[in-house]
Design a protein around this ligand. Structure first.
Ligand SMILES: Nc1ncnc2c1ncn2[C@@H]1O[C@H](COP(=O)(O)OP(=O)(O)OP(=O)(O)O)[C@@H](O)[C@H]1O
Ligand SMILES: [Mg+2]
Length: 270
């Protein structure tokens, strides 16, 4: 039972989905009998850093897959800056200002760090440099890739093959590849998973920096509660496909429904 409390986080979408930088409205996704995402509505205002947390299997990645068009929702809509994009093909979404990094890295493992980033820069900016008569797309893409590598702290590894990078750097390369599309809305699926505590702190700082400096809207799926509580503007808690709370970190941490959902799981971390 929830205790009445003026800090109690509302189970509401915060911003109307159609008015937000990123919104989902009444979104459901089933897999046979499994309702992975169950009538979820949320709106992430422009420039917010929103964490999505919840126990394993809560539907977090499925929600991202529906937002990015990797999966079609069974029902409901996805909005980007007020425009319904639910039926836009996945390949179009990076061109519309959305990018994601994956829970499991999706790198070109035999390619160098530089090439991994450059390829993404080039595929999303094709045609953007058609008036630049003096420099090839390759050069422009390369320069931009080097800048992005610098943002995520990979300048020293530009010529390293992705498969030879330590795990933490592979995760940061995944973030770099998402940034390479120059998004307005960035979705990160467990960017610190498998990292040492030191690398986790560094990555949290990196995410905060990217968010603050670029004014990006960031949606972050994250299991590390220290990271979530320290860098989020608001937290949305999913449990068995449902939003059970949305609010600022302190209010979410104190929320009884959230504590109940985590009983036996990550409650101690909260
Ligand atoms: N492609 C799929 N086919 C069938 N069932 C799926 C598929 N993807 C996800 N599911 C199921 O949907 C539910 C939600 O899974 P999802 O991966 O979205 O959870 P999650 O919150 O990201 O979990 P985790 O914290 O472990 O990453 C689970 O029951 C999962 O088994
Ligand atoms: Mg997941």
């Amino acid at each position: 039972m929830s205790r009445p409390d003026e800090n109690e986080p509302a189970v509401d979408p915060v911003a109307s989905p159609a008015d937000a930088a990123l919104g989902v409205d009444a979104l459901t996704r089933t897999f046979g009998e499994v309702v992975a995402v169950d009538d979820v509505s949320l709106g992430v205002p422009e420039g917010e850093l929103r964490a999505i947390i919840g126990p394993n299997g809560a539907g977090k990645t499925t929600l991202f897959n529906c937002i990015m068009g990797t999966l079609s929702p069974t029902e409901g809509e996805v909005y980007l800056s007020g425009t319904a994009i639910t039926d836009e093909p996945e390949e179009r979404r990076p061109h519309m200002g959305m990018a994601r990094s994956f829970q499991s890295n999706q790198l070109f493992t035999d390619q160098t760090v530089l090439e991994n980033i450059r390829v993404v820069v080039q595929t999303t900016q094709q045609g953007a440099f058609s008036l630049d008569l003096f420099r090839s797309h390759y050069d422009v893409g390369r320069e931009r890739a080097i800048q992005i590598a610098e943002v995520v702290g990979l300048t020293g590894d530009l010529e390293a093959e992705a498969k030879n990078l330590p795990h933490g750097e592979q995760r940061r390369l995944g973030i770099a590849m998402a940034l390479a599309t120059d998004p307005d809305v960035l979705l990160l699926d467990e960017p610190t998973s498998g990292m040492s505590p030191g690398a986790t702190t560094q990555t949290a700082e990196l995410i905060e920096e990217i968010h603050d400096e670029r004014g990006l809207t960031v949606v972050l799926i994250e299991h590390d509660m220290d990271v979530v509580l320290s860098i989020s503007d608001r937290i949305t808690v999913l449990d068995r496909g449902n939003v059970i709370a949305t609010g600022p970190p302190d209010a979410v941490r104190e929320n009884q429904a959230v504590q109940d959902a985590y009983l036996g799981g990550m409650r101690e971390e909260l």
